[in-house]
Ligand binder design. Structure first.
Ligand code: FAD
Length: 491
């Protein structure tokens, strides 16, 4: 087996990994990043859109795995979108250099300060709202759609209808910032540049317009000359050595998932940024396989960020519905968070099916009052998730309240077309928690019972943050790595 020594290793190239890499590289440290997915930019393979799913559509699957309309067969390829299926919930994640930023909707939402304080009582909220969130907005290139463009553009009929209906039902709406470049979007509308958001590109990757991490944090980190990214390198397990260094078993694969090389990586410092599910799998599986010590808090306080999908059919069918043409980039939301009885935020989501289906899709984000727990089953060699209908009961109640109120004011029915009985309780895009900051780690993400192991990704957030999570994940990673570097952890 090839043996590679690297002083600092980062596993995963999503938000947490990209922030850690940039700040360490800027501090003059050499960083090696291992990513199980493909480096799409380097490969030159284009991303496919939702109407013609191709190579990028799914991680080694024979069929597409979008939340609905999976009628397309595929040749297995290391695609960008993966789904982990549990008994009561399916969790979608991004794979590839850039992690979730390749497949997500780009919604860049700062959490409500009151909720942030409730979730992270030990963090200095003022510092986050004055320093880290503005920093993250700048680095991620967050911007907002022009109101006039939104008003005129046929591709945003679904948003205009969604907002109009919400107001009629007595709900408050908000404009949602995004990392998609809206100046690019205005040009693509005029056909001055190739189309991406208007060409049903998003969950299998965007060829243009979207400022995913490969265009922001990772690009800057590579420009320092201190970062090496090894794609198609999947970490199987981690072993703690007597001298407190780590040894990793790693499989390098080709794009059909076949192992082409087994490698061993040794490192002094190890940063886990494999995403909530990836990091938990590595910690829990390594505990079973190599006796990696893990703290009793690992796996606890897991949540789906209150994700609950629902939809309505027969939305303005006689006046153009939600539109045959739809941008894939959401820009509208309904903010019902301050309602004591039914607190939720919902994205007015696109449904770009290439025809007018007069259907409105919503991804609700609710509080998570009952948390779940992740463990590892040594027999099946898979993660177990303690999570069932009892965890989503209140979310379902909120969705029911929302849909009824919208239908009473505007007409329409609960969408049986999209989901069994109209509710997608099992759709999760935002897995969070399991390695909570200050519980399973110290105040800056250093894992309890370890000297040289850090977690910097969504698993630090205790299961809920009340809005789409990547802005918070990025800000927490900035805060942690700044303090870890200041404390000479990587000296
Ligand atoms: P990730 O971004 O998940 O990155 C982890 C990386 O680690 C991945 O690239 C993975 O391949 C790699 N990895 C995992 N295990 C291993 C291993 N063993 N070896 C090597 N590499 C490994 N959030 C928002 O804020 N706004 C949105 O609009 C939004 N839309 C979304 C839409 C979809 C369809 C999905 C799936 C998610 C969406 N999200 C959105 C959620 C957001 O993308 C995630 O919360 C975020 O990407 C998590 O960041 P992370 O740093 O924790 O890890």
């Amino acid at each position: 087996k090839e043996v590679i020594d690297a002083p600092i290793l980062v596993i995963g190239s999503g938000y947490g990994g990209a922030v850690s890499a940039l700040r360490l590289c800027e501090a003059g440290k050499k960083v090696v990043m291992l990513e199980m997915g493909l480096n799409w930019e380097k490969s030159g393979i284009p991303f496919s859109n939702m109407l013609k799913p191709g190579k990028s559509a799914a991680w080694l699957k024979k069929k597409t795995i979008a939340p609905f309309m999976n009628i397309f067969s595929l040749t297995p390829f290391t695609g960008t979108l993966d789904r982990m299926d549990f008994e009561h919930i399916n969790i979608w994640v991004g794979r590839g250099v850039g992690g979730g930023s390749l497949v997500n909707g780009g919604m860049a939402v700062t959490p409500k300060e009151s909720y942030f304080k409730e979730i992270f009582p030990d963090l200095d909220a003022e510092k986050f709202y004055n320093t880290y969130f503005p920093l993250v907005h700048k680095e991620l290139k967050v911007n907002v759609i022009g109101e006039q463009f939104l008003k005129d553009c046929p591709y945003y009929q679904f948003t205009r209808v969604g907002e109009e209906e919400a107001h009629k039902a007595g709900f408050k709406t908000i404009r949602v910032p995004n990392v998609y470049d809206f100046q690019y979007m205005e040009k693509e509308y005029k056909n001055e540049v190739p189309r991406s958001a208007f060409n049903t590109e998003v969950i299998y990757g965007n060829n243009h317009g979207k400022n995913s991490l490969d265009k922001t944090y990772l690009k800057k980190a590579l420009e320092t000359g201190n970062l090496e990214i090894l794609d198609l390198h999947c970490v199987e397990n981690i072993k703690l050595n007597d001298d407190k260094t780590y040894t990793l078993n790693v499989q390098q694969t080709d794009t059909s998932g076949v192992v082409v090389s087994d490698k061993i990586f040794n490192c002094k410092k190890l940063i886990l940024a494999a995403g909530t599910m990836g990091t938990l799998k590595l910690l829990l599986q390594s505990h079973a396989v190599t006796s990696l010590p893990i703290h009793e808090q690992i796996g606890k306080n897991w949540g789906n960020n209150g994700n609950f999908m629902t939809g309505r059919n027969w939305v303005k069918p006689l006046s153009g519905g939600t539109g045959a043409k739809q941008s894939t980039i959401p820009v509208g939301g309904i903010d019902n968070w301050d309602d004591k009885e039914h607190p939720f935020f919902t994205e007015i989501a696109p449904l770009p099916m290439g025809m007018d289906v007069a259907t409105a899709l919503y991804l609700l984000i609710n509080r998570v009052d009952k948390k779940g727990e992740v463990s590892y089953d040594v027999n099946t060699k898979k993660l177990n998730l303690d999570w069932d209908q009892s965890n989503t009961a209140k979310m379902r109640e909120n969705a029911d309240y929302f849909i009824k109120k919208m239908n009473r004011a505007n007409g329409g029915t609960r969408s049986h077309f999209l989901f069994n009985n109209g509710f997608g309780a099992d759709v999760c895009y935002h897995p969070l928690g399991g390695c909570v900051l200050g519980k399973a780690t110290n105040a800056y993400g250093k894992v309890n019972d370890h000297d040289n192991l850090y977690v910097l990704d969504g698993s630090l957030i205790p299961g809920t943050i009340g809005v789409n999570p990547f802005v918070t994940i990025t800000a927490i990673a900035e805060y942690c790595i700044e303090n870890l570097i200041r404390q000479n952890e990587f000296a």
